[in-house]
Design a binder for this molecule. Sequence first.
Ligand code: C5P
Length: 237
Amino acid sequence: MKELLYEGKAKRIYKTDDEHVVLVEYKDSATAFNGQKKEIISGKGRLNNEITSLLFLKLKEQGIESHFIKRISETEQLVKKVTIIPLEVVVRNVAAGSFSKRLGIEEGAPLSAPIVEFYLKDDALGDPLVTVDHILELKAATAEEITILREKALEVDAVLSSFFSELGINLIDFKLEFGKDPQGQILLADEISPDTCRLWDQKTNEKLDKDVFRRDLGSLTDAYKTILTRLGGHQHV
Ligand code: C5P
């Protein structure tokens, strides 16, 4: 029996024989609105496991390290064990979602430069948007770490925006999480998948991400399969 270390909404984390490595299992569950909307979607775990793996490999190729080690089964991957920094780092290239709602800017309006936002990882509070001063007050990260998070998030944006663009997809926005390794180095962690990105088809503006589930726009697996196929993935689901 694998020893379960943590169970989140979309993933389970298990212990391995190596104290520096954990196993991540991608679940078939879809959740939105802080867990208020929930569904089991068969095949979602496999799709996100493969998509995340391909994107972390692409980033590595471009010199951006992450916790990712390797995909070991349809739904599982090995990653370096890190202590997650309790912040969600969101990068936006085009207005959408909570940004559009909060600021009254129409969805789809391009932004003149990428915008970085920080949200506190706290389910009980509904992951509130926080300023740099809030982060410092809460000791969620130091000023130096905030600078690193921002720089790394923008680097990821540059690589993934141009990569997706080559595949006929616009990277509208996405959320990253970072962790610290035992040496205190900040490493990109968690996942990068259609669960955590907004991805719109360049020609049709069709949504190929979790908004399909959040807004009941059709089949989530069809949308995620389109992303995987364009990434050159092998999974036939
Ligand atoms: O909802 P909002 O517009 O703030 O989301 C911005 C981006 O961050 C979207 O791509 C969304 O999928 C992602 N996100 C996420 N996890 C959250 C909140 C947002 O992956 N808890």
